[in-house]
Design a protein around this ligand. Structure first.
Ligand code: ATP
Ligand code: MG
Length: 177
């Protein structure tokens, strides 16, 4: 078997395209026969197209939506229920890593959970360091923690130049969800 080195990849920044980039990576990986799991730490407000697309790929690409809706930004303390759900999502990630069932694990919006203090960065780095050596991991979300950036093999920052939201264009089906 070829020498595969599991990479830690981070998509961050304030522009649109982080989760899309992770899904594009998954799409490529599935074509190579990889099994991909995406765990979504924060549940969005739509029925996302990718949930159905993943189903069309059979069991090659599995998406688990584990978080609750968007957490109140700026709140002093995150809601305990959100913290519990985020921890549960992280536990699922650890279990998935240890199971050796997957070739790629996507932790969607984990940066957000870390940024808002719902998940400890040291706990995450420890878990990631202990993963099987061939497992690729992708972390997405704004405000990637500096320690995660340091630990990563690949970091891309997506910078907003324009977004239709700023001229009042509402979320478009097939683009945003
Ligand atoms: P996508 O899922 O489309 O790849 P993303 O993962 O980069 O986007 P998130 O930070 O997860 O973006 O934000 C979730 C939602 O907010 C998406 O529907 C996205 O289109 C929207 N969004 C992202 N960036 C911006 C922005 N700069 N201004 C307004 N809305 C944005
Ligand atoms: Mg996203």
């Amino acid at each position: 078997m070829e020498d595969r080195r599991g990479l830690l990849m981070v998509y961050t920044g304030n522009g649109k395209g982080k989760t899309s980039a992770a899904m594009g990576t998954a799409f490529r990986a599935v074509g190579q026969g990889f099994k991909v799991l995406m765990i979504q730490f924060i549940k969005g407000s739509w029925h996302y197209g990718e949930l159905d697309s993943a189903g069309m790929l059979g069991d090659a690409f599995e998406i688990r939506v584990m978080g609750r809706g968007f957490v109140k930004v700026g709140a002093e303390q995150p809601d305990q229920e959100d913290v519990r759900l985020v921890q549960e999502a992280w536990n699922a990630a650890v279990e998935a890593m240890q199971s050796k069932k997957y070739d790629m694990l996507i932790l969607d919006e984990i940066n957000y959970a870390i940024h808002y203090g719902m998940l400890g960065i040291d706990q995450v780095l420890e878990g990631l360091a202990a993963r099987p050596g061939q497992l690729h991991v992708v972390c997405t979300g704004r405000n990637a923690h500096p320690k995660l950036v340091e630990a990563a093999d690949l970091v891309s920052e997506i910078k907003e130049i324009k977004h239709p939201f700023h001229k009042g264009v509402l979320a478009q089906r097939g683009i945003e969800y």
